[in-house]
Design a protein around this ligand. Structure first.
Ligand code: SAH
Length: 423
């Protein structure tokens, strides 16, 4: 979501005549997009801001814009940030380019497109700042699901689906500019349309986006297990152009921990859902998120998460150590009682289990032929792209251009990436 927001900001700046530069100290405007989902991400912003403060002293004309979840949507908080970081000129809430647009307009820029705060222009594929082959397209903004650990509803506001007509127009515009893959985004993307009376739902939206001429692949993320419908699974299984891929965060393998997180399902229900998805969608890639060290998580409950991972056998896990976030229920009411060293032990153990399993699982891919959408050309000349089920592949090819779908034979299979030769 942040990547999509940042690309849209870049695209707006480019349409106003700005060009990317390689070094921050050569810039006339610096825009920092921020994430506060965990303390570590937040700390990164503060250290970066220290550097920016020094830069601003050396270059007083530098315009500094701060964007995203650190800014949030509450004007009183913005006022506090303004006091704390007086060298910041512009504050942009998440997915909201209005302050940047107003700044540009005050400097004589008139945007071609009607201003709508939640509908920034799509990224330009010829932009040097963004990827041109794959574009992220936000379809549900914000979230209203109050998982006890999660700060996102407080930073990005409540759930709002965007009108399908606008999404489709944007998808067509992206495809017309050479984008080959679109990833529809939402915190709970499978709830698309539920907050908009009369709107279509995600399966139909996916059908219509997949039918946009020029697109090779369409994906969506992330799904909440409670909201994945049979119709959605059927769409992924049958609609040409929908890539066989689901991102379904599970967060924990213990029912007690899941209940304390207020996720709204049990480990058994999650397992049954995964079985259904695997049965319906051949070759499906499955990715999930797990939090280790949630308040009160015992060593045995962590082992439940380890065991669940062995049973559902995902193709990727994003493992996060629990981090208490301001305003969330868990930060206010549940002591952060798993010591950092123990959180790290659990993270490392789950990563090791994943690495070992993916090494084993990817080994038989050696010698097989896969379809790859070429995304970029690496400095080494290798092409980087992904398989339909979202495995990253580096391809030895002398001619394939970004945007091409190619067939390639796997020559090396590691746990987290593959190497192939173009056929
Ligand atoms: N709705 C999105 C959430 C994006 S946040 C989703 O379901 O994927 C991405 C991931 O960050 C979450 O899935 C969760 O695993 C992790 N996360 C969120 N809040 C966290 C916290 N307080 N501590 C540690 N990890 C957290």
């Amino acid at each position: 979501m942040n990547e999509a927001d940042a690309l849209r900001a870049a695209s707006l700046l480019e349409s106003a005549g700005y060009r990317p530069v390689a070094r921050a100290d050569a810039a006339g405007l610096l825009l920092l997009n921020t994430c506060v989902v965990r303390q570590q991400a937040e700390d990164k912003i503060y250290s970066r801001l220290t550097y920016v403060a020094e830069l601003k002293q050396k270059h007083p004309d530098l315009v500094v814009a701060l964007m995203g979840c650190l800014v949030g949507k509450n004007p009183r908080e913005t006022a506090r940030l303004r006091e704390r970081f007086p060298f910041v000129d512009l504050f942009l809430p998440p997915s909201d380019l209005a302050p940047l647009r107003a700044f540009l307009e005050a400097r004589g820029f008139s945007p071609a497109r009607a201003a709508d705060d939640d509908l920034p222009p799509p990224p330009l594929p010829d932009s040097q700042t963004g990827r041109s082959v794959v574009a992220h397209l936000p379809v549900v903004l914000g979230c209203s699901h109050a998982c006890t650990y999660c700060v996102i509803p407080y930073r990005r506001g409540g759930e709002r689906s965007r009108p399908s007509a606008e999404i489709l127009a944007e998808a067509a515009a992206l495809a017309a500019r050479g984008v080959r893959e679109i990833i529809l985004l939402g915190q709970i993307v499978d709830r698309y349309g539920l907050d908009r009376p009369g709107e279509i739902y995600l399966p139909e939206l996916l059908r219509r986006v997949a039918a946009v001429p020029g697109l090779a692949r369409v994906r969506f993320l992330t799904s909440h297990p409670r909201w994945i419908t049979d119709d959605l699974i059927a769409a992924v299984a049958t609609v040409p152009g929908l890539a066989p891929y689901f991102e379904i965060p599970v967060q924990a393998g213990s029912d007690a921990v899941l209940a304390a997180m207020r996720r709204g399902y049990t480990a058994g229900e999650y397992e049954a859902l995964v079985a259904k998805v695997r049965a319906a969608v051949p070759g499906v890639g499955l990715s999930t998120d797990v939090i280790v060290g949630f308040p009160g998580e015992t060593a045995a409950q962590f082992e439940d998460s380890m065991a669940l991972m062995r049973r559902i056998d995902p193709d990727m896990i994003r493992i996060a150590k629990y981090s208490p976030r301001p305003l969330t229920y868990s930060a206010r009411h549940l002591p952060d009682d798993v010591p950092e060293a123990e959180k790290e032990r659990r993270r490392v153990a789950m990563e090791a289990q994943l690495r070992a399993r993916l090494t084993e699982k990817n080994a038989p891919l050696l010698g097989q032929t896969v379809e790859i959408l070429v995304e970029t050309i690496e400095k080494t000349g290798r092409r980087h792209g992904r398989t339909p089920d979202y495995k990253p592949v580096f391809v030895d090819a002398s001619s394939a251009a970004p945007g091409e779908l190619i067939q390639a034979r796997i020559t090396w299979a590691g746990p987290f990436s593959l190497i192939a030769e173009a056929l």
